[in-house]
Every structure is written in structure tokens, then in C-alpha cells.
Ligand binder design. Structure first.
Ligand code: ZN
Length: 180
């Protein structure tokens, strides 16, 4: 479980990286940066900091911040009823992002978090820097990691229903619990 202090510190650190990226956000938005440890209890290793600019029933725009070598765990956006699932475009604004999708295994720059091999099945590495972007079709398994400077990226997508995202690691809880 995340401590309030840990969330606060992560928000400040994420805001510094966002500033470096050139993306402008307000002080009020800094307080809204969502700090997610996915219930795994090791934020710096597996986690993400996410600021949602807007999220409606049809579309959403977010900024995702990864601290140095932090990994956003493997997940996918499933079909829900008539909705084919979230289509997501990742555009890097700062740092280096290692994106992994299914395909030929070629991991070279990044790494699978230790002991988590079975939960990271997408092994095709794509190295992205500013201002690279990629559109992931719904249902594609993906995970992300940042290099040594950390990373800031936009995530533009169709309707985001984060609670319904599916993760390869069954221990993951998407909505973080925060304690005093
Ligand atoms: Zn995603």
C-alpha cells in the first residue's frame, strides 16, 4: 500500500520530469498526478505516474511519467460489449521509452523485472525517444520501461476504462490504495 508521503514525493518528482519535457501543467494538476504502484508495493520498480488531462465516454488524453528504469506492467485493453477496446497512441516527449509488444523477441536495451518473467510475455522491443509515437490497436499486450533519465509521454486514446484493463500479473490491483 502506498503512503501519502510516498505519493506526494512521487508527484513532485513526476512534475519535475514533466517540466523537463516542456509540457506545461498547473500546480493544481501536480496534486492530481495519480501515483500507481499496481498494488505490488515497489513503486520505483513497477509503477507509473499518470496525469489525466481529460477522460470522457469517447476519448482521453493523459501524460504518463516513468522514473528511471521504472516499468509499467504488461497489460492490454480488452473488448467491452460493443466497444472493441481502447486504442492508444503513445508519444514520447522526454527521455527514452522501451515499449514491448508481441513479436520477435529482441530485448536488448531494457529488461524484464527480476523474477517476473511469466508476467512479461511481450518481448518485442521498440526504442522510442522524443518525438516518436506509436498507435497500439485494441487488445495488444504491451508494457513500458524508461531508461536512465526517466521518461514522459503522452497517451492519447479512445475511452479509457482503467479499472477494466487486464494485466498479465494476477497480483496487480489497478486502483491504488493509499494510507496515511
Ligand atoms: Zn495501455
Amino acid at each position: 500500500m502506498l503512503k501519502k508521503k510516498e505519493v506526494f514525493e512521487a508527484q513532485i518528482k513526476a512534475a519535475e520530469l514533466i517540466k523537463k519535457s516542456g509540457i506545461k501543467i498547473s500546480d493544481e494538476e501536480v496534486k492530481r498526478i495519480e501515483v500507481v504502484d499496481f498494488g505490488l508495493g515497489n513503486l520505483q520498480k513497477e509503477g507509473a505516474q499518470i496525469l489525466t488531462f481529460y477522460s470522457t465516454n469517447r476519448a482521453s488524453a493523459k501524460v504518463i511519467v516513468l522514473f528511471p528504469y521504472q516499468t509499467l506492467p504488461e497489460h492490454w485493453h480488452p473488448q467491452i460489449g460493443n466497444d472493441p477496446g481502447k486504442e492508444e497512441t503513445i508519444r514520447v516527449a522526454y527521455g527514452t521509452v522501451y515499449l514491448y509488444i508481441p513479436g520477435e523477441a529482441n530485448i536488448k536495451e531494457g529488461f524484464i523485472p527480476k523474477g517476473k518473467e511469466e508476467y512479461y510475455t511481450a518481448r518485442h522491443e521498440i526504442v522510442m525517444k522524443c518525438c516518436d509515437q506509436i498507435t497500439l490497436i485494441p487488445g495488444t499486450k504491451h508494457w513500458l520501461q524508461s531508461g536512465e533519465e526517466g521518461a514522459v509521454m503522452y497517451s492519447f486514446s479512445t475511452c479509457a476504462r482503467d479499472v477494466l484493463d487486464l494485466f498479465s500479473d494476477p497480483h496487480i490491483v489497478r486502483i491504488p490504495k493509499i494510507e496515511e
